[in-house]
Design a protein around this ligand. Structure first.
Ligand SMILES: Cc1cc2nc3c(=O)[nH]c(=O)nc-3n(C[C@H](O)[C@H](O)[C@H](O)COP(=O)(O)O)c2cc1C
Length: 180
């Protein structure tokens, strides 16, 4: 089929985004996609202290390489202060420019503790991904009140939300295959 990088968009220990990413990895694997999990918790932040933009950074490159060699990317993005986590912007700012996301199919899931399901975070992140010439998949999933709306075994506890997640999963697989 194809390879998919599922990215946990935070470095927070025990993050809920990580649980969501693991659940979604199962959905893609069941459908024959080679879905690999990457977390911003493993981004080598220490390598960018001092702002070495444009320099050869082997640890950063080693983190980026398996992600960028996938055929598609799915970001799981938590809402932090009405936006996406800063570590995710640092990750973007060290990607090879301009080619990293060019024509890369990208899908988005937002999660939040609060009422808005990371809508703002995903929309802000999409502006950046679109600037970097990604092909953003239009069907997005937003999960508010994550603690009560998610089960690690069965997924999203509100039936309509689970339907939307399955619809995104099936639709994104079709989207990526059409682009190949
Ligand atoms: C620094 C920080 C800022 C946050 N800001 C918001 C926010 O603006 N709105 C919201 O609904 N939840 C906010 N949260 C709660 C997260 O949405 C919550 O932790 C959720 O579980 C997803 O993030 P996680 O993957 O870190 O667990 C914030 C959490 C942190 C750590």
């Amino acid at each position: 089929m194809f390879t998919l990088a599922i990215i946990v968009g935070t470095d927070r220990p025990n993050s809920k985004s990580h649980l969501m990413a693991e659940y979604v990895q199962g959905l893609y694997s069941e459908r024959g996609v080679d879905a690999q999990l990457f977390s911003m918790a493993d981004f080598p932040l220490g390598s960018v202290v001092g702002g070495p933009y444009g320099k050869d950074l082997p640890e950063i490159e080693a983190f980026q390489r398996p992600i960028l060699s996938c055929d598609a990317i799915l970001f799981v993005i938590p809402e932090y202060n009405g936006s996406f986590p800063g570590v995710l912007k640092v990750f973007i700012d060290y990607l090879p420019f301009p080619e990293a996301f060019k024509a890369m199919p990208i899908a988005y899931i937002g999660i939040s503790a609060g009422a808005f399901g990371s809508l703002r975070a995903v929309e802000q992140f999409q502006m950046v991904a679109n600037y970097r010439n990604a092909f953003s998949y239009p069907e997005r999933v937003f999960v508010s009140r994550f603690n009560s709306n998610f089960s690690a075994e069965t997924g999203l506890t509100v039936p309509l939300q689970q339907e939307l997640l399955i619809s995104q999963t099936n639709g994104f697989i079709d989207f990526v295959q059409r682009m190949q």
